[in-house]
Design a binder for this molecule. Sequence first.
Ligand code: GAP
Length: 451
Amino acid sequence: MSTKATVEKLVSLCKRRGLVFQSSEIYGGIGGFWDYGPLGVELKNNIKQAWWRAVVQERDDVVGQDAAIVMNPTVWRASGHLDTFADPMVDCKECKKRFRADALVGEVAASAHGHEAAAEVTRCPECGGELTPPRMFNLMFKTYVGAVEDDASVAYLRPETAQGIFVNFANVLTATRKKLPLGIAQIGKAFRNEITPGNFIFRDREFEQMEIEYFVKPGTDEQWHQHWVEERYNWYLRLGMHKENVRVRQLDRDELAHYAKDTYEVEYLFPMGWSELEGIANRTDFDLRRHAEFSGRDLEYFDEETGEHIVPFVIEPSAGVDRLFMAFLIDAYDEEEVRGETRVILRLHKDLAPIKVAVLPLSRQEKLVPPAREVWALVRKHWMSQYDDAQSIGRRYRRQDEVGTPLCVTVDFDTLEDQAVTIRERDSMEQVRVPIAGLVAALRERLEAGD
Ligand code: GAP
């Protein structure tokens, strides 16, 4: 973690610069829901694109899909979510605050969605009042499908995207005619009625997941598990995360979800400590067997090599976009002294930066407007860019640094004579003069180096 980044600084930067806003803020907000502003949506899209590129586009064994958020409710009986996707909840009888009991025991039983002994803490951590005994609280959001609100029309907002993949396994296999190992990747919204959302966008009630269900022959699962742990860990480093801030941790047996044989977490050193970015689980054949049982459909795979019908095992790398968003921002955040002033910089990887190029006329003088607009027209066809002519050039550089724009292009009075502009680099602040005729190539060289 950047020692300079705090959650408070991040929240303030995110609001000020249009990265993240509290949802429905003008009405006082709503806990656990966030909106992404003009720059936030760019960063979020870039994270998703970088993931999709690495796990789908650049591989020949993973395909994509996009399933509906609301599914037949039997899915959640088969997956075990209706029975087990619950956290123990306690209320303070005095101040009426509500807590996740396992988070109070806390540190003792920090695993996600476990039923661990919660009874040990009996006093409210805020006011010292007496706590109610823990009771299980299902985290799925309930809704009704159709005009009648009765038991028969109950449905749920999905708490993970994964089940939309399991139920489509046979469809995708038939449609693609692929053989195992085969991965199916998906990015989409998930919803959990978390008892205690918090730490900005770390724990939300509405969030996005990027999940792969990677179907393999039983017996090869452990080897593929290792493959995906390495792949995913290296992805974070390739996107510029500092190695000292990212680690892989194998979960203890008592931390495992009901479906998992083994799980590793990629963790990030957030300001509140090491916390999960992504889980990489060996889900065995649990899900396919359960869906075969509950649907009555054959979800087996015919192995042509051995002539056997098998139920594939599944390795599942599952990451949360919002959490990654927060981690990439914290990791990129830096402050340095430049000529007696503090320069705030987001040293974001160029692939993640919301704006790749800013076009800045040196001043608002009329003469500079046509060439500056022409340069912008040239650039915006290729990359997300911004045109900024408000305030001094120094301030505009700082504004771009603060949101991680890797390159600024300055149009000045010499441009009128020499048809050239200045490219200024975010991290080094180095400037080079290039002819407008070669500008796109010069920017491409800098923005696409290493691709
Ligand atoms: N399909 C497996 C699954 O959903 P999980 O560990 O519950 O596993 C996977 O979630 C990832 O989704 C987490 O590593 C985290 O990045 C993200 N995630 C889970 N709950 C979240 C929440 N309430 N807010 C934001 N992200 C969350």
